[in-house]
Write a protein that binds this ligand. Sequence first.
Ligand code: G
Ligand code: MN
Length: 406
Amino acid sequence: MSQDYRKVFILDQDIKHANRLSKLLTQQGCQQVVRFDSGVKVLSAIAQGDSPDLLVTELVTSDIDVFTLLHDLSSSSFEGQVLLVSGQDERVLGTANEVAVSLGCPVLGSLRKPLIVNELQWILREHKKPLAIKTSRSMDSLSCYDLKRGLRSGALLPYYQPKWDTARRRIIGFEALARWRGESGLIQSPATFIPTAEKHGFIDEFTHRFLRVVLADVQRLQAVDPKQTMAINFSIDTLENRELPDVLEKMAQILGIALDTIVVEVTESRLSHERINLLEVLARLHLKGFKLSIDDFGTGYSSLYRVKDIPFSELKIDQSFVQGALADSSARAVIRSSLQLAEDLGMSVIAEGVEAKENQVLIEEMGCSLMQGFLFAKPQAFESVQEMLVAQVADEATKQQRLSIL
Ligand code: G
Ligand code: MN
């Protein structure tokens, strides 16, 4: 299963630990494991073209610490993934993880010492795909010209990801995610185009075009099941526009869509004091009957203050906590306190980014049954989520019929 990791470097001064790790990695199918006792030697091997698929590193090495190492790796030719290991406080691991993410280093995860075999196996199995995408090197943003031309030719399109109620085993709604279909047909994520649209001041045009398509799709989905909700991610720049509540209301009303089936998602880290109109716009959306959801909860700095102030009806626990929950007790603590906070404030909670069954079970045990994630369904084109919904409605009708016969 880890044959993808043909070459692995281990950077660890602790010989006993490095030996054990090396043995385990070999057992997991890694073809070549090379041990290093110095960060400088790792960097110089990489500089000479000898680069691993995976670098497993301690936080503190004999010559450089992990932060220096990550900075140097991000400007080297290293294209592999990083697995952090430490006997230190988990929060230090968390900080190193965050720094790596901000540098665009694909972090596979973090492991505590002493090493637990299952934990290593789980990380290698579940996270072959990196947690962080290399934003700095592998994702080229689109130019302003590309965007303007693409907008007119329909390059902007929504993908939809179902939201699941695992207790009732059904789809309860969807989240619309903006995607860009490039000329080659390649589907790209918002990181490639939203910043450019924001920078050049046409995010509102973007939002309007996107909303028109999404709301038309909502109408079609609700024709299948009227209770389905649609969550839409709004740029903070759009939420600064005082006309938004009226515009959104009019668009929904024309299509006969109930306003309380539309969920406005706001990313927590972008809720800022400096945004003069933001609070007013959110409050007016709420007064009109739209639902407000706080996205990526736990990643911003103003969590508690903002949650108290803004009438959110839903809180979405950021995927980093959800995915870290099995191995990291601090992540579990964040989830537990988010659930408590939501309960006290009468909000529902959705766990984002559930990729593994083990995670689903753990999150359920913690008291949360609403989830989103690749385990249930990836974001996909309208036609395929519509099919899923049609199948669900047909299935429920059959069950209902059987019950009424009995
Ligand atoms: O910021 P927001 O939570 O709206 O971002 C959602 C993003 O997360 C989408 O781009 C979607 O593709 C991605 N996503 C959804 N489910 C999963 C998952 O299970 N794992 C990972 N890694 N990403 C996910
Ligand atoms: Mn979202």
